[in-house]
Write a protein that binds this ligand. Structure first.
Ligand SMILES: [Zn+2]
Ligand SMILES: [Zn+2]
Ligand SMILES: [Zn+2]
Ligand SMILES: [Zn+2]
Length: 578
């Protein structure tokens, strides 16, 4: 995991050239890169010569287009109060914002502020969609609006009585009558002589007048006390709200390269890397330039600060102004520009007595156009590997031939450790120029086949050796039997112990195959492991089919020994054996 992240950060296999130095001779730098690539790959450093070169410095400007986007934060305050610039209405405020936006784009002072912000960003904000908020542009507006609840009336109809002023009597539910309490709503009462008589209160009608509303059916609303309205809480009885609005401007500062102005070689670099990497990978020198107007604004501000300085003002403001008055170049009115400088070179380079025309671009000497010079150099190595895969004839001399090449050594070192795809990616990173995909893939493919071929016999030996090992171990376990020590454990535990033993021995068998293959290969390539910058590190070839054979045989021996055991495991009968 750690290794991977380091690889991601690595942007070039070459030493990064510093662009702050005097302009380097990129044709010479390109020659050095090629030397580095071909060295140990069928050629030597002095086989690479710069025959001819023509250097040019290409520069172009890219306009920064600031796009102002307002962000509104509303805060409603009760009544006619609050701070901020007063507007007649919301529409009035929006109108003011629109005018501000229009003016900002042409305001030299604001461009100056933007210029300062961009300059502090990595690579001066080049190649990114920079969103910048300038505190200086924050405004506060305030306008009043009628209360939306009471419509300015300062009071609302009572919610309990719905503006009627009274509510139905809770006791009689608005009927005006209630059950007679005297006769318990029977209409009759005892007459005192054992009989019954008509209720003297309700006269037999069961109901009497409601005692709460006295038969009026309604009661005065207790919320509005009969006034039918209650004061509006939303506006604090003022009928108005003040909307205080904070406005921030987010400036999207983008600068997009116009591809039409680029020559082909630079266009290729741009298409390959993208705009941002031109600066981050130091292919181009990118500077932010301010216009004449911005320069004037800077001077004005500086003057202002100087005048105030005697009266002792903000020391921070002074330092800011001083820092930013430098490096301002007059380009155009009202705009900011990036100046992009990219060296280009047309060169003729001789590589191992063959001449190549090349277009070299940028401070890192990126080749936009050169024939695949490595392909031609490593072809004999690929042919040798191909021959190995065909038969055992002259194996040692063929491998000697192939391993003279650094690329082949790198592939050999990584086969069995990395996937073929990963090795391919590694090669394409280490050889960004001169090696075609086709040749890279062929080299990996035939190296893999050759290793399989070379290690075939030792792998067969390894399968036999590992079979003997498993036979001995399983015999000790099942036949001696060492297994009786776990006799008292429960069935499941015994099963897991058996399976664990099988897994360990299978893994060991597989590993033995790889070890045998590695040992034989080491012998064959031993002569290349000294005195070279790119030694073959520990090779651990893949076990492939022989690894599967070893595991399969181990499993078979395991079953046979288990079957032959005097204390035959219970799981054996469960799978239908024994
Ligand atoms: Zn109101
Ligand atoms: Zn009654
Ligand atoms: Zn009532
Ligand atoms: Zn009411």
């Amino acid at each position: 995991m750690v290794k991977k992240s380091i690889n991601k950060q690595k942007i070039s296999p070459f030493k990064i050239c510093d662009i702050s130095n005097e302009q380097p001779n990129i044709a010479e730098l390109g020659r050095e890169h090629i030397s580095q690539l071909v060295k140990g790959n069928g050629a030597d450093e002095h086989d690479v010569r710069l025959v001819a070169s023509k250097l040019e410095n290409f520069s172009f400007t890219v306009m920064v287009r600031p796009n102002f986007q307002e962000k509104l934060t509303e805060n409603k305050i009760v009544g006619n109060k609050g701070a901020g610039e007063v507007c007649g209405s919301k529409e009035d405020m929006l109108q003011k914002i629109a005018v501000l936006k229009q003016n900002y784009a042409q305001d030299a002072h604001i461009l100056f502020l933007l210029f300062n912000k961009l300059k502090k960003l990595p690579h001066m904000g080049w190649g990114r969609d920079n969103k910048i908020i300038l505190d200086e542009l924050t405004h506060n507006y305030i306008y009043s609006e009628q209360c939306s609840q009471c419509q300015g009336a300062r009071e609302n109809p009572c919610s309990k009585c719905h503006g009627k002023g009274n509510i139905p009597c809770f006791n009689c539910k608005g009927f005006g009558l209630m059950d007679c309490l005297y006769c318990h709503a029977t209409g009759r009462v005892a007459d005192g002589q054992g009989g019954q008589k008509e209720c003297p209160k309700c006269y037999g009608r069961i109901k009497t007048k409601c005692t709460e509303c006295l038969g009026k059916k309604y009661m005065i609303c207790d919320l509005c006390r009969g006034s039918r309205y209650i004061p509006c809480k939303n506006c604090g009885q003022t009928g108005y709200l003040s909307v205080q609005t904070k406005i921030e401007f987010e400036i999207l500062a983008t600068a997009t390269i116009d591809e039409k102005q680029l020559p082909t070689s630079i266009l290729k670099l741009y298409e390959q890397k993208g705009q941002e990497k031109l600066a981050t990978e130091l292919h181009a020198k990118v500077t932010l330039l301010a216009s004449d107007e911005v320069k004037k604004a800077t001077e004005l501000i500086k003057e202002e600060i100087d005048n105030n300085a005697e009266a002792s003002t903000n020391p921070h403001a002074i330092s800011v102004a001083e820092n930013n008055t430098q490096n301002i170049v007059i380009v155009d009115n009202h705009i900011l520009h990036y100046l992009v400088e990219i060296p280009v070179a047309k060169a003729e380079i001789s590589i191992a007595a063959k001449r190549y025309g090349a277009d070299i671009v940028g401070y890192q000497a990126w080749f936009s156009n050169i024939d695949n010079f490595i392909d031609i150099l490593i072809k004999p190595a690929i042919v040798a590997l191909q021959k190995i895969s065909k038969g055992p004839m002259a194996q040692q001399s063929l491998i000697n031939k192939a391993l003279k090449y650094r690329i082949i050594k790198e592939i050999f070192s990584n086969i069995g450790k990395k996937s073929k795809g990963q090795i391919f990616k590694m090669l394409k990173f280490e050889y960004p120029h001169g090696l075609s995909d086709k040749y890279a893939k062929a080299a990996i493919k035939f190296a893999d086949i050759a290793i399989s071929k070379i290690t075939e016999k030792p792998k067969i030996k390894a399968v036999i050796a590992s079979s003997l090992l498993s036979t001995v171990i399983f015999a000790i376990w099942f036949l001696v039997p060492l297994r009786k020590f776990i006799q008292n454990m429960d069935v499941n535990t015994k099963f897991y112990i058996d399976i664990t033993l099988l897994a360990v021995i299978s893994f060991a068998s597989h590993y033995i195959v790889r070890l045998f293959a590695a040992k034989s290969l080491k012998k064959l390539v031993a002569s290349y492991n000294s005195g070279d910058a790119s030694n073959i590190k520990e090779i651990l070839p893949p076990a492939k089919n022989h690894g599967i054979y070893a595991i399969f045989i181990t499993f078979a021996i395991f079953l046979i020994m288990a079957y032959m055991s005097p204390v035959s495991p219970l799981w054996l009968s469960k799978i239908g054996i024994g």
